[in-house]
Ligand binder design. Structure first.
Ligand SMILES: C[S@@+](CC[C@H](N)C(=O)[O-])C[C@H]1O[C@@H](n2cnc3c(N)ncnc32)[C@H](O)[C@@H]1O
Length: 234
């Protein structure tokens, strides 16, 4: 029986790719690496490259556009899904690479809506970016009875309401809303508490620490902000 795997490859450090992910890529007939636009390159492929040097001829880059109206990008997604189904029907083992963990804001998750029910893919966990970022900052995310919220920066109200109950806020994709995040921090008097790591685990990694003066106006797409408002109760 052919298999389709959604393989989480972690956020950037090739040494954080799991042993299971490597085993699956080593046996897969087809290793699908998503890219945003033709020629843009695949971040997931760069993360795993050193583990699959011997299998680069099994790699297929696949363009998954996301910008603009659904009508403009959906045909490409449908065509990609058809290619995957065709390969699966011929008995190929397929590894679809996805950044971080497949269950968190991933192309792989969206793709499920375009696959027929008879395909039962396996999800292979990877290190999520926010866990790697906490590790890079050398501290916990939550402790004891504390609560953690993982929010997308596109929802300003979600960020504000999460601050009413969460001790720690993980803000994914902060690039898209850096001005509104700043406003929330000022409004809530939390300007000294933010921390951020961009390109965590990559050569271009940068750690940003909370202060009013250092709050950026521009940041890379691959950045995760952590806002720890709760104190430990232990
Ligand atoms: C489409 S989501 C993918 C999340 C991924 N599935 C995960 O488990 O972390 C992209 C967002 O993940 C975060 N991210 C991914 N890689 C990162 C990295 N190397 N450093 C910091 N943040 C990263 C950023 O917030 C980025 O905007």
């Amino acid at each position: 029986m052919a298999n389709l795997y959604g393989v989480g490859v972690g956020p950037g450090d090739p040494d954080l790719v799991t042993f299971k992910a490597i085993q699956i890529m080593q046996k897969a007939d087809l290793i699908i690496c998503p890219e945003k636009a033709k020629g843009a390159g695949s971040t997931a492929l760069e993360i795993v490259r050193k583990h699959i040097e011997n299998r680069l001829d099994h790699v297929r880059l696949m363009v998954f556009p996301m910008a603009g109206m659904k009508e403009t990008w959906e045909p490409a997604w449908k065509a990609n899904a058809e290619q995957i189904v065709e390969a699966w029907k011929t008995g190929k083992e397929i590894a679809f690479l996805t950044l971080g963990d497949p269950s968190i804001y991933s192309t792989w998750s969206y793709l499920q809506g375009y696959l027929p029910k008879e395909i039962k893919p396996e999800w292979i966990p990877g290190v999520p970016a926010f866990c790697a970022v906490a590790a890079r900052l050398n501290h916990d995310l939550v402790l004891g009875d504390e609560n953690l919220a993982v929010v997308s920066s596109s929802e300003e109200e979600a960020m504000r309401s999460a601050l009413t109950w969460a001790d720690t806020l993980v803000i994914m994709k902060p690039k898209r809303a850096i001005a509104s995040i700043r406003k929330i921090l000022v409004d809530e008097n939390l300007m000294e508490l933010w921390e951020m790591v961009s390109n965590c685990g990559k050569e271009t990694e940068k750690i940003w620490k909370g202060s009013v003066e250092d709050f950026p106006e521009e940041i890379p797409y691959f950045a995760t902000m952590i806002l720890k408002t709760g104190g430990s109760d232990e």
